[in-house]
Design a protein around this ligand. Structure first.
Ligand code: G6P
Length: 463
């Protein structure tokens, strides 16, 4: 049976514990032969060309050190100051330094050179996310003939935003070197197809570039999910229950409104606080009866736009406190730190409302995990941005336009007033959708499409 090789910038055990990518893929490798390949987290002056294979909690992980300078251009530069804002349609927040592309390319070449000697001819290679778009091209240049798939965890941009990215044509040519490109949502596949069918290559110096041939690359939507049953168990675990008791003591009878997001401008956090402010302003009866808890672990904080988002949020939370707090009541708590999955599961279970209101998001696994963690006898309500990939799946959430803070405030009010019967009905439908889109099937479907007949273990009873 072919091995699976997963490649991503971060490897498991490194980086923020709450990352949906790590949680989802750890499971794939725990059930089959293969290894995970990625950056070691170490920056050095003179990186070698070899990866170190290590056993991390039973997973084989091959890790590579990167050169300090290249890493800056590759990660904070091209990946997170150009690709991330453009793919999230925030060209106003992009910083375009075109030389970053060279560092991005060099790191992808380095990944390919270190990965190539570890590959067997029939290994299936599954590359993850925007940091590594050129990897298949680089591997193929070194002679790899393996089946190679790419999965984009973030949204695919509209054509105009794509054209604003330096070297976008090369990046699209790179995507055409994969056998399969998976996206989160139908809207992403539509945007990709729009580009592929109406390519308008740039004409520098009068040279019309050759149209890109996508005929050997399959493109489809594979919406990622979570493991809702595992989240349900976690939410009833002693660690989660401890968090529930702790919060209940602090909240008394107040209803908890919860947000959990990386501190990222794509998550719509200032708009969310503004919607909460409007809720309190428009509904005096709710003051002293509700409490917003926003958990926002810091992210990519060497990048100016992230620091600014953090400052804006500090100011807005302070503003709402000043406007509504009383000596014995605070309208909100804002914590800039990461919590483990058990504590989060406890918070999700206790929350009457989850506010998942990104301005644009690939999928958003917080929505999935919140649903999994609910008490079926007394479930909370999901207020969900229509611009999250999750909105294509969770039709019975209260869908909102996160830019319209009046609408979000009104959805919050409706969620808080929703009778138990309606909450139960909506939750049942959301849970069915979360179960249908679970992460195990996501991985099996992708691998099966990439290399038919290889996704299932011998003796597996799955059909
Ligand atoms: C998003 C991306 C992931 C990334 C994660 C955390 O979910 O799709 O690829 O790992 O954010 O961001 P970071 O920059 O800390 O890896």
């Amino acid at each position: 049976m072919s091995r699976i090789v997963i490649v991503s910038n971060r490897t498991p055990g490194k980086g923020p514990a709450a990352g949906g990518l790590a949680v989802a893929l750890r499971k794939v490798l725990s059930e089959r032969d293969g290894f995970w390949f990625g950056w070691s987290g170490k920056l050095v002056d003179q990186p070698g060309n070899e990866a170190r294979m290590e056993d991390i909690d039973g997973l084989q992980v091959a890790q590579l050190d990167l050169a300090r300078e290249d890493h800056h251009a590759y990660y904070a530069g091209f990946s997170n100051s150009i690709l991330w804002p453009s793919f999230h349609l925030r060209l106003d927040l992009a910083t375009i330094e075109s030389h970053w592309y060279e560092g991005y390319r060099r790191v992808n070449q380095q990944f390919a050179r270190a990965l190539m000697p570890l590959l067997k001819p029939d290994d299936i290679v599954w590359v993850h996310d925007y940091h590594l778009i050129p990897l298949a091209s680089e591997l193929r240049q070194l002679g790899a003939r393996n089946r190679i798939g790419f999965y984009l965890h973030i949204p695919f941009p509209t054509a105009d935003a794509l054209y604003a990215i330096p070297h976008h044509e090369e990046l699209m040519r790179d995507l055409a070197r994969y056998d399969l490109v998976g996206m989160q949502a139908k809207r992403d596949v539509a945007a990709f197809t729009e580009f592929a069918e109406h390519q308008a290559p740039s004409t520098f110096g009068g040279h019309q570039a050759q149209p890109i041939d996508f005929s050997r690359t399959e493109i489809d939507a594979f919406p990622i999910g979570s493991d809702p049953a595992a989240f349900a168990r976690l939410a009833a675990s002693p660690a989660a229950t401890k968090m529930v008791h702790r919060m209940k003591r602090a909240l008394g009878d107040q209803c908890l409104i919860l947000g959990v997001d990386r501190l990222d401008y794509s998550k719509g956090l200032p708009q969310r606080v503004e919607a909460y402010e409007k809720l309190l302003a428009n509904n005096a009866r709710l003051r002293r009866n509700v409490h917003l808890l926003q958990v926002a672990p810091p992210s990519r904080d060497t990048i100016k736009e992230y620091q600014e988002t953090s400052d804006t949020l500090d100011a807005m939370c302070g503003h709402v406190m000043g406007r509504f707090a009383e000596p014995d009541w605070q309208p909100l708590t804002y914590v800039k730190r990461a919590y483990g999955q058990p504590s989060l599961a406890g918070l999700y279970r206790l929350a009457r409302v989850a506010l998942v209101t990104p301005l644009r998001d690939g999928m958003n696994l917080v929505a999935h995990e919140f649903i999994g963690a609910q008490d079926p006898a007394n479930p909370g309500v999901l207020v969900l941005s229509r611009f999250a990939g999750a909105a294509e799946i969770f039709h019975d959430a209260l869908l909102v336009n996160p830019f319209d803070t009046d609408e979000t405030a009104e959805a919050l009010r409706i969620a808080l007033d929703m009778p138990l019967e309606e909450r139960k009905q909506r939750w049942r439908s959301l849970m069915d959708a979360a179960e249908e889109h679970n992460v195990d099937d996501w991985a099996i479907n992708f691998i099966e499409r990439l290399a038919p007949g290889t996704a299932r273990k011998a003796g597996s009873t799955r059909d």
